[in-house]
Ligand binder design. Structure first.
Ligand code: HEC
Length: 209
């Protein structure tokens, strides 16, 4: 408790690269305390950091651009309600060629993002799947980090952390056609499919509570 949002996870995949996950608590010197709502909004939904830099797509701004203005405002209000934690972090660094590549990813948002239509389960589900960034793991990507055509949610992205590929979520026989609603809810909430001999799924990024 009291450590939410303090950032600091870092990755050092090669000597030229240091990725640092920033402190999102309201500390004025080491966190977001001096950033405006607009700076936060641009970082979260458009991929432009508070200092004008294009953020790496590991920060899922390409999905969060679909977050409604109202939901975004709530996220910002929540971040500002966290306990300010002074947490000095190193500056990240990226080879210039990688930064140039990422410079192409941010997309400005010039229109309002209205409240999602939550009246129908399909539209509500699409909104949550977008914000849950399910496709980042469950839709295969090409070398340029773009989704492969016609393979939406067909699985296949190999995840180094868990040494396995994210499964096919489509209703094909090689996917999860055998799921009923109860199985789906059980998997989402517990990480097990239930039934005899079922194993617990690893926590491949899903929040398993
Ligand atoms: C960080 C990557 C990642 C994200 C994001 C992610 N998943 Fe997964 N998901 C996985 C991996 C890896 C597995 C397989 C885990 C295992 O086999 O132990 C998995 C398993 C599943 C399964 C079980 C499939 C089966 O074969 O029974 C379902 C259903 C599922 N995910 C749905 C979702 C949904 C819906 C979302 C978004 C709300 C989501 N996942 C987001 C990586 C991810």
């Amino acid at each position: 408790m009291g450590k939410e949002g303090i950032g600091g996870d870092s990755f050092h995949p090669d000597p030229e690269t240091l990725v640092v996950v920033p402190n999102l608590t309201p500390d004025p010197d080491t966190g977001i305390g001096r950033w405006t709502d607009d700076q936060l909004a641009r970082a979260i939904r458009e991929g432009i950091g508070h200092d004008g830099r294009a953020l790496m797509p590991m920060m899922p701004y390409r999905h969060f651009r679909h977050m409604s203005d109202e939901d975004l405002a709530s996220v910002i209000v929540y971040l500002r309600s966290l306990l300010p934690v002074r947490h000095v972090l190193p500056h990240g660094k990226l080879p210039l060629t990688r930064q140039w590549k990422y410079n192409r990813y941010p997309l400005p948002l010039t229109v309002e993002v209205p409240e999602p239509d939550l009246s129908e389960p399909i539209r509500r589900g699409a909104y949550y799947v977008e914000l849950g960034k399910c496709a980042d793991c469950h839709t295969p990507l090409d070398d340029g980090n773009q989704y492969l055509a016609n393979l939406d949610f067909a699985g296949g992205n190999f995840l180094d952390e868990v040494q396995k590929a994210a499964p096919n979520l489509t209703p094909d026989a090689s996917g999860i056609s055998y799921y009923d609603e109860a199985t789906f809810i059980r998997v989402m909430r517990t990480g097990t499919e239930g039934g005899a001999g079922s194993t617990r799924l690893c926590r491949g990024g899903m929040s398993v509570r």
